[in-house]
Ligand binder design. Structure first.
Ligand code: COA
Length: 375
């Protein structure tokens, strides 16, 4: 017997198997290929996590060094793609820019019909998504055609170097790196599931990733980090924020960055992001944003028993590092490409078309009505 309440949005429905990730599993929590997220956030680099997701094991020293060089060599963009990015309007949302960038790259570096180059495409996208994003951003904001093939060893260093025209401090690089680890994978979330549905039709990897970017863009999914920042910035003091959010709740408004489809009492990624936000607020001397964020968190818990998810404190973390708000969700893309690509490859390894059934709630069979008898 199907629980109709749960079928709404497929909540609680198992839609397939994965060996990549557990989310809120009893006794395990959030794990990537069996490794606890707290261990990964504390000890791993994002490149190690990417390798783990895409290659199925943690790399040894030689494998990691080779993988870092491989990604560095894949950063540069073809001239045709640079032209497309220059032609994409300044006013575009950068999520749309990435969607277009991935789709265009699929035309000039297409996937083979046998998918034999799928691992290369995954690495290529991982290495070049930050290049696409920052090339477009710097071209339209500063009128500069930046060199995207920087010599930084990490994706996080590459990203911040292109954004600020200088290599980042180790604190900022490590902080961004940790958020990339936290965002890398999350089982059958909406964008990953979108990617798997597209993949299951035997479509190509670029199409699956383009669709996944579209799904991630919305405020109920990845777009929540930008929406959270916009909310936090509306207030000048913690007290004002408490009152403001209380009144939004009274008006039955959703507060972005809170709640989760799977977690019920907390999001394990939040404590890590919150800790980093506190450190950066001390570093920048800006205690306002952190205090406001904490005040909102308290009201949400006291009034609704809703907890901050990964997106809420990620917002102030990124802000403290001088990252413009409209680049927050694209950073999620630069990380989640690892999870998406791993799921695409997992789906292909044991493929079956994903095509659920629907419960029909429309009219009963009706007699055909000629046009002159219609109201
Ligand atoms: N702010 C205020 N109320 C919220 C809320 C939020 N962030 N999240 C859930 N609720 C409330 C709903 O209004 C609803 O109340 P009701 O039963 O009185 O109508 C109830 O909690 C259940 O919410 P619902 O949206 O149906 O649950 P869901 O499982 O479909 O939602 C989310 C999961 C993530 C979509 C939801 O919590 C949300 O919209 N959060 C904000 C967006 C966000 O941060 N997304 C990123 C997720 S990582």
């Amino acid at each position: 017997m199907i629980d109709k309440k749960k079928v709404g949005g497929l909540a609680g429905i198992s839609a397939g198997e994965t060996a990549l990730c557990t989310v809120g599993k009893e006794g395990a929590g959030l794990t990537y290929r069996g490794y606890d997220i707290y261990d990964l956030a504390e000890n791993a680099t994002f490149e190690e996590v990417a390798y783990l997701l895409l290659r199925g094991k943690l790399p040894n020293k030689i494998e990691l060094d080779n993988y870092i060089s491989r990604l560095k060599n894949m950063r540069d963009l073809p001239d045709q793609l640079k032209t497309v990015l220059e032609m994409t309007p300044k006013e575009s949302h950068p999520m749309d820019v990435l969607r277009t960038g991935v789709s265009f790259l699929g035309n000039i570096e297409p996937e083979s019909k046998e998918f034999s180059n799928q691992a290369t495409i995954a690495d290529r996208l991982l290495a070049s998504l930050p290049s696409m994003l920052l090339y477009w951003h710097r071209f339209h904001q500063d009128g500069k055609k930046i060199n995207v093939a920087t010599d930084d060893d990490s994706v996080s260093g590459h990203f911040l170097h292109m954004l600020h025209d200088a290599p980042p401090s180790e604190l900022h690089r490590k902080t961004l790196d940790t958020t990339l680890i936290l965002y890398a994978e999350h089982e059958f979330n909406a964008s990953t599931f979108t990617g798997r549905v597209i993949t299951a039709t035997l479509s190509d990897m670029y199409s699956a990733v383009t669709g996944a970017i579209g799904a991630l863009r919305g405020a109920l999914h990845g777009g929540a980090n930008e929406a959270a920042m916009e909310l936090i910035e509306q207030y000048d003091t913690a007290d004002q924020a408490s009152k403001g959010v209380f009144s939004l709740l009274e008006k039955k408004q959703k507060i972005m960055g809170f709640g989760h489809r799977v977690y019920t009492t907390s999001d394990p990624r939040n404590s890590i992001n919150k800790g980093m936000s506190k450190i950066l607020s001390a570093e920048t001397g800006d205690k306002k944003l952190y205090a406001i964020s904490e005040a909102i968190e308290t009201v949400m818990w006291n009034e609704k028993k809703l907890f901050a998810n990964a997106d809420f404190f990620a917002a102030s973390v990124y802000h403290f590092m001088g990252i413009p708000t409209y680049l927050f969700t694209p950073i999620f893309v630069c990380s989640r490409i690892t999870g998406w690509a791993a799921h695409i490859m997992e789906q292909r390894a044991n493929n079956k078309l994903i095509r659920p059934a629907a419960e029909y709630i429309g009219p009963n069979l009706q007699a055909w009505l000629p046009i002159d008898r219609r109201s």
